[in-house]
Design a protein around this ligand. Structure first.
Ligand code: AMP
Ligand code: ZN
Length: 305
């Protein structure tokens, strides 16, 4: 395929494997990434980073404790996306039984018991219990910079829908005014960033994929109150662009849930901006082609490629 043929062409997994940008592991939504792909991700991370904001940088492992997961409310709203780590806890006899099943290509796993570890569903989740444990917020509230692999059980052949992917987030905790100003700032900033990368995009009100019948009401309410916006750009389909960045206002949900309080003792408001790093890189690949080395010079300069 020539470079010009790949420009602005909707992406398929096959094309990404063929170009060597994604590496096939044989499992849906669980792909390796090449050096060229990671160079784009690194460039994006550098553009997202705003040291002058004075955010506290934190990196957590891509898993959280079972107790914190249970308390977070994630399972209430998104049971279908959750993933827990189970480990073998059987006897030697059980071990032999599992090996036999594995060798025969049969089902196995009944001897695996749940561990203390649950896969992180969103990069900001480990922050809330940690912030609560620190006591009341200072006058200026708190601002964090986090990045983590996240797990969501949504196996798919869509190149932009992964089971394990990275979110780079800035998270603001404080008063309603503080967190809404933060969200407005990032709505502007991220659009300017995409413009500098010559990435056509739209921003729209959105909702999370809440589970079940009650979830439909929650999604409608989330939209009505404009709690979630998404920056969308085409990846697999020009007609259905993919959310590459999310701008979430949680109101006092996490503040009340975790007991995070402002200086004067009121439940804190929280907001986060979450960049899907793989998705943003993929949107650029759809736009500029599957050879980052051949991208427009200005785009490469911005990404330090
Ligand atoms: P959310 O917490 O759902 O708002 O997700 C934040 C960002 O993570 C989204 O804007 C996407 O860019 C990215 N993201 C969410 N789900 C996936 C997925 N299954 N695969 C890849 N990226 C994802
Ligand atoms: Zn978040």
């Amino acid at each position: 395929m020539s470079d010009t043929q790949t420009l602005n062409r909707d992406l398929t997994l096959e094309a990404l494997f063929e170009a060597g940008l994604f590496i096939d592991t044989g499992t849906a939504g669980l792909h390796g990434r090449s050096g060229a792909f990671e160079a784009v991700v690194n460039g994006l991370e550098a553009l997202i980073t705003h040291p002058a904001d004075g955010a506290e940088v934190m990196r957590f492992p891509p898993a959280m404790g079972r107790k914190h997961f249970a308390k977070s409310g994630y399972f209430k709203n998104f049971p279908h996306l959750s993933g827990c780590v189970h480990s073998f806890c059987g006897t030697e006899k059980d071990h032999a039984g599992v090996l036999k099943a594995m060798n025969n290509g049969e089902a196995w796993g009944e001897d695996f018991a749940p561990t203390e570890v649950v896969l992180t569903p969103a990069a900001c989740y480990p922050l809330y219990p940690m912030t609560a444990a620190r006591g009341p917020l200072p006058h200026d509230g708190a601002l964090y910079d986090v990045q983590s692999f996240c797990f969501r059980h949504e196996p798919s052949q869509d190149p932009g829908r992964l089971q394990m992917f990275r979110q780079r987030e800035y998270v603001r905790i404080g008063t309603a005014e503080q967190v809404l100003a933060f969200r407005a700032l990032w709505l502007t900033r991220s659009q300017a960033m995409m413009q500098s990368l010559d990435l056509p995009h739209t921003v729209d009100v959105a909702n999370d994929p809440f589970f079940g019948r009650a979830g439909k009401l929650m999604a409608a309410s989330q939209r009505e109150h404009e709690l979630k916006f998404e920056l969308l750009a085409p990846i697999a389909s020009s007609d259905n662009p993919t959310a590459c960045v999310s701008f979430n206002y949680h109101q006092q949900y996490f503040g009340l849930n975790w007991g995070i309080v402002t200086e004067d003792g009121a439940p804190a408001h929280t907001a986060c901006v979450g960049f899907g790093l793989e998705r943003t890189a993929l949107a650029l690949m759809r736009r500029h082609g599957l050879k980052p080395a051949s991208w427009p010079v200005a785009v490469k300069d911005h990404l330090q490629l």
